[in-house]
Design a protein around this ligand. Structure first.
Ligand code: COS
Length: 402
């Protein structure tokens, strides 16, 4: 991390973590410091592929993929994924390079439904290659008219005894264009009248290899902080029924359970970006001469740094709580939503404050704080916008109080 003081690992002393997490975090910090960052000459797709390869070869992707699966005490699928480990991975990688975090996270999100609901055959067909970085995955849920409102999705799956045929459109698909495997959510169950079932009922999940005839990359989408992203079109994609994940009609719950795991990790990534911004702000304030002293000695700058530190720790506490609770086998729908909401919103404020401390330099292209400013914005939207998290928290509160 050229230009900034190294970020400490003091939070690892907090009781949320076990010795195995502390050991992993030390090893990861050491490995990450030796990796290249922002290899812009490679182009976004190539950078992303390179990160997947490196993360796979170093063994880190094994932590976002569950080769064996399992159940919680209540009998619902509960993968053996260790949420605290995933959070530490994302937090650390995000401090180094947003694309490194993205590459790791999308291997997890893209294969999350397989980790949770895959049959032994489906797991062995795909997951070892996902974990080694040889197979890139994507989670294809959103549609032009169904982003926050997943239950409104229109993509059709016609199941017959001989297979399934998919037709429709998917958009905002991370890894779209470079993925080898798409997990596609589509409406499979007709109502009695023969029309598609409404709402969350009747949605199923399917494994769609990238070379399936009829699967097209309709458009590549450019973001302000680039990562591979595309709109997909599915035209008469024929698949064997063995490519359905879980039971027919379970797709909505599979999607929500997958998001329950990875939303907490979005919070961790935001925390990583915020920690980096705080470190950059401190480093700069100590060195910037101003009014006969340094910026760091000015009370207003100290107040800003103090606010930044409080927001980082508040985000960290909610993030680690959600991760720890899930690792105890608990359902964390509300806690994950609280963590994502707080960590992403706080990170936006922390990064904005860091940029303000840099003054004009902060908006110069290529400055770390300028890059962080572009990188954080999408996290308040993807995997459930802040407003969706508020909706989830509100509903959980009302449910618990009846
Ligand atoms: N785990 C398991 N089951 C869940 C669940 C979860 N986290 N959340 C909901 N369900 C179940 C419900 O229990 C309900 O089951 P029954 O029909 O058996 O009662 C069913 O799923 C429908 O749930 P609900 O009524 O809450 O559905 P809604 O359509 O109201 O859901 C929200 C609304 C906003 C919660 C949902 O659409 C959502 O999460 N949207 C954001 C999606 C998102 O993150 N998009 C980004 C895509 S990835 S970049």
């Amino acid at each position: 991390m050229a230009g900034a003081a190294p970020i400490g690992l003091a939070h690892l002393a907090w009781p949320f973590f076990d010795p195995k997490h502390r050991e992993l975090a030390q090893r990861l910090a050491h490995w990450t410091a030796q990796q290249p960052a922002h290899e812009d000459h490679l182009g976004t797709d190539e950078q992303c592929r390179a990160w997947v390869r490196r993360l796979g070869q170093a063994g880190w992707l094994h932590h976002v993929v569950d080769l064996h699966g399992g159940e919680s005490a209540g009998g619902t699928p509960h993968s053996q994924l260790d949420t605290r480990t995933i959070c530490l991975l994302r937090e650390t990688l995000a401090q180094h390079d947003g694309l490194a975090d993205f590459a790791l996270a999308m291997q997890g999100l893209g294969s999350g439904a397989l980790s949770l609901h895959g049959t032994p055959q489906q797991r062995s067909d795909w997951l070892p290659r996902v974990a080694s970085g040889q197979c890139i995955t994507a989670f294809a849920l959103s549609e032009p008219q169904a982003g926050s409102d997943v239950a409104a999705l229109q993509c059709r799956a016609e199941e017959t005894p001989h297979g399934v045929v998919l037709n429709g459109e998917k958009t905002w698909i991370s890894n779209g264009g470079i993925a080898d495997l798409y997990v596609v959510f589509a409406r499979s169950r007709p109502t009695d009248a023969g029309a598609p079932a409404k709402g969350s009922a009747g949605i199923s999940a399917y494994l769609v290899p990238a070379d399936t005839p009829g699967l097209h990359i309709a458009e590549r989408i450019e973001l302000m902080a680039p990562h591979p992203l595309a709109r997909l079109r599915l035209e008469n994609c024929h698949l064997p029924l063995s490519h359905r994940l879980g039971q027919e009609g379970q797709g909505f719950k599979i999607a929500m359970q997958t998001l329950d795991v990875f939303r907490t990790s979005v919070a961790a990534a935001a925390l990583g970006f915020a920690r980096r911004a705080l470190a950059e702000g401190l480093h700069h304030a100590r060195r910037r001469a101003m009014f006969g002293t340094t910026l760091a000695q000015l009370p207003l700058a100290q107040a800003k740094l103090a606010d930044m530190a409080v927001q980082v720790d508040a985000a960290a506490l909610l993030t680690y709580r959600a991760a720890w609770l899930r690792d105890q086998g608990q359902t964390v729908t509300q806690e994950a939503a609280m963590a994502k909401l707080t960590a992403t919103e706080n990170a936006q404020r922390v990064i904005d404050s860091a940029l303000q401390l840099f003054g004009g330099l902060g908006v110069v292209s290529g400055q770390t704080v300028e890059r962080l400013y572009r990188e954080i914005r999408a996290l308040r939207i993807y995997e459930g916008a802040s407003e969706v998290q508020q909706l989830i928290i509100g509903r959980e509160l009302l449910r618990a109080s009846t």
